[in-house]
Design a protein around this ligand. Sequence first.
Ligand code: KMH
Ligand code: ZN
Length: 304
Amino acid sequence: MAGPRKVIITCAVTGAIHTPTMSPYLPVTATEIEEAAVGAIEAGCAIVHLHARDPDEGRPSQSVDLFREFVGKIKSRCDGVINLTTGGSPAMTVEERLQPALQLRPEVASLNMGSMNFGLFPMLGKYTSFKHAWEPVYLEATRDMVFRNTFRDIEYILSSCSGNGTRFEFECYDTSHLYNLAHFLDRKLITPPLFVQTVFGILGGIGTHPDDVAHMKRTADRLFGSEYIWSVLGAGRFQMPIASMAAGMGGNVRVGLEDSLWDGPGRLAESNAAQVRRVRSILEGLSLSVATPAEARALLSLKG
Ligand code: KMH
Ligand code: ZN
């Protein structure tokens, strides 16, 4: 009899959505990002999805030097799969967003599969003051911001990274992004197995209702059949409910402080590792087991 299904946990350590005022546990400096990533891998995630931040003010940054500082150290300390963002923040150009993945040649890079509104401004209302002046300006600016991922942009990232053996975490925030992905598959610009990260609960994308999750999965099943590996992330308080739902439906899961600062109602997560432990216990409660980095590499056909 086959053993329990292996579930890939990805941990997105810091991202570009949250700002330092929102949680004292959000990793900012290279050392904090390194420690958070290693802690998350030790807690059971196979993949760490990484962004960098300016060490003084916590502002999202795509400086290759900042990424280089923690990527090398994480690799020297553990075997986890490194996944570098090409999303950066919605305020950056695609050329800027691409540089860390292009130059550091990770096993995995994120690739956002369509343009969209990306509303962070509702978080503004929850704070009366901020540690840094850039934070409310950044959040307010998302009222008018488009997270630009045109067909040309997507093709540019795919073709730039193709010689590096980097494979992608295809981030899909709505069903249209799945159709965009199918378009690139039809054109043979990407090869299976596709690692499809369906994203729920970003203002501008699909919602967090169980029907939304079922609809994304049904659509991906129809478009990609057995050629894809399904993963989910739920934003904010929907992180664990979406992960639990998808785990029960055959999916893989992403957690981390990029996607949610919480460990329960009104309780901030004190580390990325705490969220990995939380989702791991949910998975094990469902009689599932967690994929090691080596197992994730095999499932996703990574270069290792
Ligand atoms: N924060 C996620 C919803 C990327 O880095 O490419 C989006 C994300 C984008 O992870
Ligand atoms: Zn990200």
